[in-house]
Ligand binder design. Structure first.
Ligand code: PMP
Ligand code: G9A
Length: 402
């Protein structure tokens, strides 16, 4: 019998599975209500338009769309992303570069490999997106975390963290943030805190990664602009994706930022996959240029607002005393604080027995903690499943508390 473990690299021994990806395996088996992974509602995929575009793209551009393409991306798509971004209030400045990535998850991986060294510190909200922690894993970075409130990152606390880090001579390069419809917290940073964050990035000479999959589908208006648009000193790298506005299965994201930074990401990407799917780029470019995405966004906003409302109503109705949760204006998630002492991983075991899954909160905490928190997804289940799923979780909490 071969002992395969002796072939494992040190790196692969040092990493662990994603809770989100692992829970997807349970959901795939069926018979559970999933309030876990942030899967878009399949009704949000404009299937007929994508089918029509795919056929026409192969017929009209087949020789190019089915061929190898430049690592940075097909110029047809890069131009479409630029126009789409500007149309949606994301600044693309003189001197900026754009690179296509295999989802914005790969953009996170490229950022880690291009700009972070072992021992570097990264500043994040607490909690933060666990996919970013995964992307940076294996580099040996350390984290400085900033607490959030109902409006997202407490930039007054960010200032304290940066001041202390400087006094201790820590090697700090990057602030990673999800300022709009935060994953997992669902919060949206107001303009004063956006400006304060950028002032601090300039004062402490940091780059800012603005991870923004959700702005386009925020279902309640807020007078906020992307950090990329407010940035006056060329420090923001803006990430976004077609995953929530077209289809995640196309695996297509992008990064927009100062060209010297984008070109380093391009170097790393050459080693990983040569380039992003050429066909996906042509399909997405056509969907952008023909207005398919823009015409579809209002439907997606209505769909998720209804589901968000169903979740907030169910939480109000079923959750026991002493439990708090966020009230998102967009995105796909509600963040829940359970009473101290309730361990959400143990609660998940009970919940699975009752036929419902959620993501426990601790993997969203870069430096430990969060055992009494959990993330609930509302984009994938129906309003009826949301209501029943929350009811089952509330039942599990009562049984847990005894
Ligand atoms: C904050 C954040 N960043 C990155 C991603 C990854 O998105 P993609 O499908 O483009 O890889 C997600 C998707 N859930 C996300 O929520
Ligand atoms: O649930 C999330 O935040 C991410 C979803 C993407 C994935 O399925 O891994």
């Amino acid at each position: 019998m071969v002992d395969y473990s002796k072939f494992f690299s040190e790196y692969v021994r040092s990493i662990k599975a994603s809770d989100i990806r692992e829970l997807l395996k349970i959901v795939e088996k069926g018979n559970v209500i999933s309030l876990a992974g942030g899967l878009p509602d399949p009704r949000s995929f404009p299937k007929d338009e994508i089918a029509k575009i795919a056929r026409e793209v192969i017929e009209r551009f087949g020789e190019k769309a089915l061929q190898y393409s430049p690592t940075r991306g097909v110029s047809y798509f890069l131009e479409a992303v630029k126009n789409f971004s500007i149309r949606h209030g994301v600044a693309v400045n003189e001197g900026d570069g754009i690179i296509t990535t295999v989802g914005s998850q790969q953009a996170l991986y490229l950022l880690g490999r291009a700009f972070l060294d072992p021992g570097d510190y990264v500043v994040t909200e607490e909690p933060t997106y666990l996919g970013a922690l995964q992307a940076f894993r294996g580099i040996g970075v350390r984290y400085l975390t900033v607490p959030i409130d109902e409006d997202g990152m407490r930039t007054d606390k960010l200032e304290e963290v940066l001041k202390k880090a400087k006094s201790e001579g820590l090697r700090l390069k990057m602030i990673y943030t999800v300022p709009t419809c935060h994953n997992p917290a669902g919060t949206t940073l107001p303009m004063d805190r956006r400006r304060h964050l950028l002032e601090l990035a300039e004062e402490y000479d940091l780059i800012v990664v603005e991870d923004d999959p959700y702005s386009f589908i925020a279902f309640e208006e807020r007078d906020v602009k992307p950090l990329k648009t407010l940035d006056r000193s060329g420090r923001v790298i803006y990430l976004s994706t077609v995953s929530k506005i077209l289809a995640p299965g196309l695996r297509l994201g992008w990064a927009i930022g100062p060209d010297p930074l984008i070109s380093r990401m391009e170097l790393v990407k050459q080693e990983i996959d040569l380039h992003t799917s050429t066909l996906s780029q042509y399909i997405a470019a056509e969907a952008m240029n023909r207005g398919v995405i823009d015409r579809h966004i209002p439907f997606i906003k209505r769909l998720y607002r209804e589901k968000r409302d169903a979740m907030l109503a169910a939480l109000e109705e079923y959750m026991p005393e002493g439990i708090k949760w966020t009230k998102p204006i967009g995105g796909l998630f509600v963040w829940v604080w359970l009473p101290e002492g309730v361990n959400s991983r143990k609660l998940l075991e009970k919940a699975i027995e009752k036929g419902v899954v959620f993501v426990p909160g601790d993997p969203f905490y870069p430096s430990g903690g969060g055992e009494n928190t959990m993330r609930l997804n509302f984009s994938y289940p129906s309003p009826e499943e949301i209501r029943e799923g929350v009811r089952r979780i509330a039942e599990a909490i009562r049984e847990y508390q005894g």
